[in-house]
Design a protein around this ligand. Structure first.
Ligand code: NI
Length: 392
């Protein structure tokens, strides 16, 4: 076991993680979470600046001049009622850390403690971004706009995300695209209501909506390349109040996922033409709104190699797993890695023996706390390799 891992295990990060897990807060409302983060930074003597109200930017200035590397930990939770039965379960009804952001915060604070002990030997600086609202409208873009990547200027960025599909003691990563670009859509179909027994006197938005849902499937199967990953999901379809009434309105919402670029634009065009074409053919009106959400994440080759090598030292080379494909999930870390070279990777928190196998965004999601010191140690090793070369 590497010396840094031994040191990380003695930090007692589990208590900090449990405290964060008990008080999950939704995006832009992370006041208690920010207070825990800032209190810990003060205890460690790390300088920091509040940003976007609940966000925090901390700087560890090395004893010698050099480059600056940044780490992002998202801090928000999800509107889910926790059902894990864990002793440190959420104390806030209907809100839960179901994506492991509590883990990200605890691991980064652990890394801060270990890096403060090594401050004089660091050749350069480390910036720690505790970012609000990853699950909502996105805090990353707003933090960058507020200047978080300057003073000192950040040269490269890293970010880990929990994954319960790989075991504790492993990471998974790939260079190039790793997360999808996301668009959300809202379609409102308007027709003429009528008695359910006299449909010819109205225009049926439910039949039109059903055709729209079916036809949208052809974007993936017939309009984009089979080797270019695309998802079209209609996640909600609401219409009507009773079995014998044709309603006047149907509302469909969902998400489009692509690897960005030209495909993203083409998918939006196909979407509009299918919905408006079917609506016209069925005699109903369609209001179509497609909003750009996150841009997707692309991993820089050199930064991905840095993570692979650091993880090889901390976890063993056989525990550095290569992802064959990108995820169609999304993350606003892409705004950081679009601005400076970056790498986003998954840290294993799955443990079959302990029953930590449930995927994220689920009321039963739980991370294996034994992965905390490993993630903290990997942050530290990555800093040493990036700033000081391989002598860390
Ligand atoms: Ni997440």
């Amino acid at each position: 076991m590497s010396e840094i891992v031994k040191e990380a295990k003695s930090l007692g990060l589990e208590a900090l993680f449990q405290a964060l897990h008990r008080c999950p807060e939704l995006g832009n409302q992370e006041h208690q979470t920010a207070a825990i983060i800032r209190r810990r930074l003060e205890e460690l003597g790390v300088e920091y600046t509040p940003m976007l109200d609940t966000g925090t930017v901390a700087v560890i200035r090395g004893g010698q001049p050099g480059k600056t590397i940044g780490f992002r930990a998202d801090i928000d939770a999800l509107p889910i009622q926790e059902d894990t039965g864990l002793p440190y379960t959420s104390r806030t009804p209907g809100v839960m850390h179901a994506c492991g952001h509590d883990f990200h915060v605890a691991a980064l604070l652990g890394a801060a403690e270990l890096l403060m002990r090594r401050r004089t030997e660091l050749r350069g600086n480390v910036k720690l971004f505790f970012q609000p609202d990853e699950e909502g409208d996105g805090g990353a873009e707003r933090m960058i706009a507020a200047g978080c990547l300057e003073n000192p200027h950040v040269d490269a960025m890293l970010c880990c995300h929990t994954s319960s599909v790989i075991p504790t003691g492993t990471i998974s990563v790939r260079s190039g695209p790793i997360c999808a670009a996301s668009n959300t859509f809202l379609v409102t179909l308007r027709g003429k209501g009528s008695h359910g027994a006299k449909p010819h006197l109205g225009t049926d938005v439910i039949v039109a909506g059903a055709q729209v849902v079916t036809a949208l499937q052809t974007i993936v199967s017939r309009r984009t390349s089979p080797t270019d990953p695309v998802v079209v999901t209609v996640g909600s379809f609401h219409a009507g109040t009773a079995g014998n009434i044709l309603p006047e309105e149907a509302v469909l919402c969902g998400t489009l996922r692509t690897m960005g670029g030209a495909t993203r634009e083409r998918v939006k065009e196909h979407f509009r033409s299918i919905v408006s074409g079917i609506a016209a053919g069925m005699g109903v009106e369609a209001d179509i709104s497609i909003l750009d959400s996150y841009t997707g994440c692309r991993n820089d080759l050199a930064m991905t190699d840095l993570v692979r090598q650091a993880a090889g030292k901390v976890l063993g080379e056989q525990n550095v797993l290569e992802l064959a494909e990108p995820s169609l999930g999304t993350d606003d870390f892409g705004y950081f890695s679009d601005t400076v070279p970056g790498c986003y990777y998954y840290v294993g928190v799955g443990n079959e023996e302990k029953g930590f196998t449930c995927p994220n965004h689920n009321p039963h999601f739980a991370v294996d706390p034994e992965a905390l010191p490993l993630a903290a140690a990997l942050h530290v090793q990555s800093v040493l390799d990036y700033l000081n070369g391989n002598d860390g």
